[in-house]
Design a protein around this ligand. Structure first.
Ligand code: SF4
Length: 464
């Protein structure tokens, strides 16, 4: 285990960089017992960062801005950079995203441009980002184009259904198995209906136009057709885009698709995660590869625009097996394909079991990128999370003109979100102040049902 000591006031940011190289790294209180020591000091009007490990050290410095927020941002950026450069020298390893952790690269690129910097050059020369990943950011900007623009006075509506038919071993969401939570499903549907009705009434009263509606979870289609119909009856607006993340193929049937169609849903996710049956069995998905093909065909019969999710780095899935999954997805030609890199957070079975992906996930991600681009898809949004295998990224690909507006808005933090349901987070993007305010609903179903009014009030306060 490596110990990190820092006199810098934001140690978690630096700790994240150290964990890219040493997964078991921990913060400690004294430089005496530390393997890595980061110090910040002010010298001749500059902030100076010195990261040292034994005899090896790395230094970075910058001149502070009059804007305090900007200076804080740079303090974090340079402290991380000194640490990254040190660890690159010590280990000889470079990371695809260099010293960037827990940050949306497209947002940073925009921020750097606002600071008057050439973001591409800064990515490569200063932050250590690879040329390929820098190009990926540029390609995403090109695909998004004017889709990044948001109408003022508008918001997207998110509806969360926190139930699934079984728990996937990599999942850390607060969703629960529907069979186990059976007695709460009806009360949840009732509370959710009230939440949606009151939220839409609030939007109307405050002249907020709902642009896009997104049902996520959990697995929204784990509800019955009747329950879905009741919930969707409450959506008394006509959004530009209406998406349901069905997710699990084993929850899709004709009755539910008819309900979605009747309510104007245009887009549906049918998520394979892998086209290898043995891997599906290992991760606890409880559906077959055949289900994926059948439910995809059914969704297409109903005319939905379909997204398919794949995950790189699943247990037992080799590089060749992952490439096979990518090729299968391409053969089906859904309008969107999203490649996630396995990110194991606390609460997932795999994390508890101490699973560490041994596969070359970077090679997998590179294969998918090349294969999708060759097949006519373009990357259109990306986000990165903590704990992602090999510090990579999740990328959504789309066919021309088929990008999901909700995904761009939420992942790029461009849209205000009015969120309904358990664990749903409403957001207000304060562009001029370069910050986001949030109001989170209860994380568990029971609290949500019992204290719905209280959370509604919090949500409304956010937009008042
Ligand atoms: S279907 Fe999705 S939300 Fe449900 S357990 Fe699996 S990964 Fe988690």
């Amino acid at each position: 285990m490596r110990h990190l000591y820092t006199n810098f006031p934001y140690p978690p940011e630096v700790h994240d960089v150290v964990k890219l190289f040493f997964t078991d790294a921990e913060l400690c209180d004294s430089p005496e017992f530390a393997d890595i020591v980061l110090t910040e000091k002010q010298e001749k009007g500059r902030y100076v960062y010195r990261a040292a490990m034994g005899e090896i050290c790395s230094e970075q410095s910058f001149e502070p801005f009059s804007d305090e927020l900007q200076t804080t941002r740079l303090r974090k950026r340079y402290a991380k950079l000194a640490t990254y450069n040190l660890l690159t020298s010590v280990t000889g390893k470079k990371m695809p995203w260099g010293s960037l952790t827990g940050i949306r690269p497209t947002k940073l690129a925009e921020q750097l441009s606002r600071e008057g910097l050439d973001w591409r050059k800064t990515f490569v020369d200063v932050l250590g980002v690879s040329k390929e990943k820098t190009q990926l950011v540029a390609d995403i900007f090109a695909t998004q184009g004017s889709l990044r623009n948001r109408k003022s006075g508008s918001a997207d509506l998110y509806v969360g259904i926190p139930f699934c038919v079984s728990r996937c071993s990599y999942c850390s969401f607060t969703s629960g198995e529907i069979e186990r939570l059976k007695k709460y499903v009806e009360p949840y549907v009732e509370a959710l209906k009230q939440d949606i009705k009151k939220t839409l009434q609030f939007a109307r009263n405050n002249s907020i136009t709902i642009q896009n509606v997104y049902f996520g979870g959990g697995t929204p289609t784990s509800l019955s057709a009747k329950q879905l119909d009741e919930v969707m009856d409450c959506i008394d607006v006509t959004p530009v885009e209406y998406t349901v993340e069905a997710g699990r193929p084993d929850t899709i049937d004709e009755d539910k698709l008819s309900v979605l169609k009747a309510h104007g849903v245009q887009r549906l996710s049918v998520n394979p995660q892998t086209f290898n049956q043995s891997v599906l069995d290992v991760i606890g998905r409880r559906h077959t590869v055949q289900d994926i093909y059948e439910k995809y065909a059914l969704a297409k019969q109903y005319g939905f625009v379909v997204n398919m999710d794949l995950i790189a780095g699943l247990p037992t899935e080799t590089y060749e097996m992952f490439c096979y999954s990518v090729d299968c997805a391409i053969r089906l030609q859904p309008e969107n394909i999203t490649v996630h890199t396995l990110a194991l957070k606390h609460g997932s079975k795999l994390k508890e079991q101490g699973y560490l992906s041994e596969a070359n996930v970077e090679k997998m991600v590179n294969y998918s990128h090349d294969a999708f681009c060759k097949a006519g898809y373009a990357p259109y949004y990306m986000y990165r999370q903590k704990y992602m295998a090999q510090n990579l990224e999740n990328v959504g690909y789309c066919k021309s003109g088929k990008a999901c507006l909700y995904n761009i808005g939420i992942m790029e933090e461009l849209s205000d979100i009015l969120a309904c349901g358990t664990n749903a987070i409403s957001k207000r993007v304060l562009t001029n102040e370069n910050r986001i305010e949030r109001a989170a609903n209860a994380k568990d179903v029971i609290t949500y049902i019992q204290r719905n009014e209280e959370y509604l009030e919090k949500k409304f306060q956010l937009f008042c």
